[in-house]
Design a protein around this ligand. Structure first.
Ligand code: HEC
Ligand code: HEC
Length: 346
C-alpha cells in the first residue's frame, strides 16, 4: 500500500467517521441533572406520547426514507461501472500472465550470482528463478536486448539426441515457436507442452506427466507465445482450386504438401537424406523420400487419414477418436488423394 492509498482511506473512511463520532458525543453530552446524577434512563420519568409520536417520530421516519433512497441510488451507481472494472481486471490478469509466461520461457538467472548481488537484485531475480524453465535453450532465446521478431525462432535441442537406429548422438532441431500457432491450435500446443513428445528431445512439462510446470505456468507460456508477431499470422493457405482437386492433380498435391506437410517432412519430403544426415527440420524422425513405396497406396492413404498416434503424425482425414486433439487444419478426402499421389511421385 502506498501513501496515496493511505490518504484516500483517511479521507473517505476515517475523517467522516471521526466527524460523526464527534457530533454524537457533542449531542449526547446532556445537561439533564438526572443523567449527571447517574440515574439510569429506565428509572427516569418517560416522555409523554405527544412528544414521542409527534415531530420526533416524523424525523426518524424521514431519516429512514432518506437512507433507503440513498441506498437505492448507490446500488445502480456501483453496478453500472462493474463490467468496466471486471474488464480492467481481466486485462491486468492477461498482462501479468504474459509477463510470467516470458519468464517461464526464459533461462533463469544463476542463483549464486543473484544472491551475490544483494537483496535488491535477488528480489528482481526471484520470480525468474522460480518460474524459468529455459525453453529458450532449445527453441531459441527471447530476451529484452533482442528484437521480438527473433525470439523463439528455433534452435538445436540441447544435449544432443541418441538416434534409436544407429545409437549415435545426433543433432536434433527444435522447431521455432514464434510461428507454432500457424501449425497448431492452442489445444495441440497445450497437449504437446504438458506431455512432451516421447521419442524426441521434447520433455513432458506438466506436473501431471512428471514435469515441473503447473497448469498456470503452461497457460502463461502459451499466452506469451501467442503475443509473438509470427503467431498472429494465419496458417499457410491452400488456394480455392485445390479445395476439391482431381486425385492426380500433382500441382495441387504439391501445394497441399508445402502448406501442411513440409513443416515436418522437409520441403522435398527429404526427412533424413540417404547419407543419414539429419534434415534441417527433423520432427519425430519423419523419413521417407523415395522410400514411401514400402507402403501400398491404401496404407499410404490410411497413414495420412489417421496419422500415427504415437509418432505425432497428426490425422488429416475423418479419423476415429484417438485420445489426442484433432488436427486444427484437416484436409478433404480429395486433397488427401492428391497429396498422397504427389508424395508417391517424389
Ligand atoms: C507434425 C509433424 C507432421 C506433419 C505436419 C505431417 N507428418 Fe507425416 N509423419 C510425421 C511423423 C513423425 C512420421 C513418422 C511416423 C513413424 O515414425 O511411424 C510421419 C510419417 C508419414 C508417412 C509414413 C511414412 C512411412 O514411410 O511410413 C506418410 C505417408 C506421411 N507422414 C505423410 C504426411 C502427409 C501427406 C502430410 C501432410 C498432409 C504429413 N505427413 C504431415 C510427422 C508429420
Ligand atoms: C531439451 C530441448 C527442449 C526443451 C528444453 C523444450 N523443448 Fe519443446 N521441443 C523440443 C523438440 C526437439 C521439439 C520437436 C519434437 C518433434 O520432433 O516432434 C519440441 C517441440 C515443441 C512444441 C511443438 C512444436 C511443433 O511445431 O510441433 C512446442 C509447442 C514446444 N516444444 C514447447 C516447448 C515449451 C513451452 C518449452 C519450455 C517449457 C519447451 N518446448 C522446452 C525440444 C525442447
Amino acid at each position: 500500500m502506498n501513501t496515496s492509498d493511505i490518504l484516500t482511506i483517511a479521507v473517505v473512511v476515517l475523517l467522516p467517521a471521526a466527524a460523526l463520532w464527534f457530533i454524537f458525543i457533542a449531542r449526547t453530552r446532556t445537561k439533564d441533572p438526572a443523567a449527571r446524577l447517574g440515574i439510569p434512563k429506565a428509572l427516569r420519568p418517560g416522555q409523554p406520547d405527544e412528544i414521542l409520536e409527534g415531530r420526533r417520530l416524523e424525523r426518524i421516519m424521514i431519516y429512514g426514507v432518506l437512507s433507503t433512497l440513498a441506498l437505492a441510488a448507490f446500488i445502480p451507481a456501483y453496478w453500472l461501472p462493474e463490467t468496466d472494472r471486471q474488464d480492467q481486471f481481466q486485462e491486468h490478469q492477461d498482462e501479468t500472465s504474459i509477463e510470467r509466461g516470458f519468464q517461464v520461457y526464459g533461462q533463469p538467472p544463476d542463483l549464486e550470482e543473484a544472491e551475490a548481488g544483494g537483496p535488491a537484485d535477488f528480489k528482481e531475480a526471484e520470480s525468474k528463478i522460480a518460474l524459468g524453465q529455459n525453453c529458450a535453450q532449445c527453441h531459441g532465446p527471447a530476451n529484452e536486448d533482442t528484437d521480438v521478431e527473433t525470439w523463439a525462432s528455433g534452435g538445436q535441442a540441447a544435449n544432443g539426441y541418441i538416434d534409436p537406429v544407429t545409437g549415435d548422438e545426433v543433432a536434433y532441431v527444435a522447431p521455432p515457436l514464434n510461428n507454432v500457432f500457424t501449425r497448431w491450435d492452442e489445444e495441440v500446443i497445450r497437449f504437446t507442452i504438458e506431455r512432451g513428445r516421447p521419442g524426441t528431445p521434447m520433455p513432458a512439462w506438466g506436473t501431471e506427466y512428471g514435469g515441473s510446470m503447473t497448469e498456470q505456468m503452461v497457460d502463461d507460456v502459451i499466452a506469451f507465445l501467442g503475443t509473438l508477431p509470427g503467431n498472429k499470422e494465419a496458417p499457410p493457405g491452400i488456394s480455392e482450386e485445390c479445395g476439391n482437386p482431381e486425385p492426380f492433380d500433382l500441382a495441387c498435391g504439391e501445394e497441399i504438401f508445402t502448406a501442411r506437410c513440409a513443416v515436418c517432412h522437409g520441403a522435398e519430403g527429404q526427412g533424413k537424406d540417404e547419407t543419414g544426415v539429419e534434415a534441417e527440420w527433423h520432427q519425430g524422425a519423419a523419413l521417407w523420400k523415395g522410400k514411401v513405396e514400402h507402403l501400398t497406396t491404401a496404407q499410404h492413404l490410411f497413414t495420412v487419414i489417421n496419422g500415427r498416434r504415437f509418432a505425432f503424425m497428426p490425422p488429416f482425414g475423418d479419423a476415429p477418436e484417438q485420445g489426442i486433439p484433432s488436427n486444427p487444419y484437416p484436409l478433404t478426402m480429395q486433397q488427401i488423394r492428391a497429396v498422397v499421389n504427389y508424395e508417391r511421385s517424389l
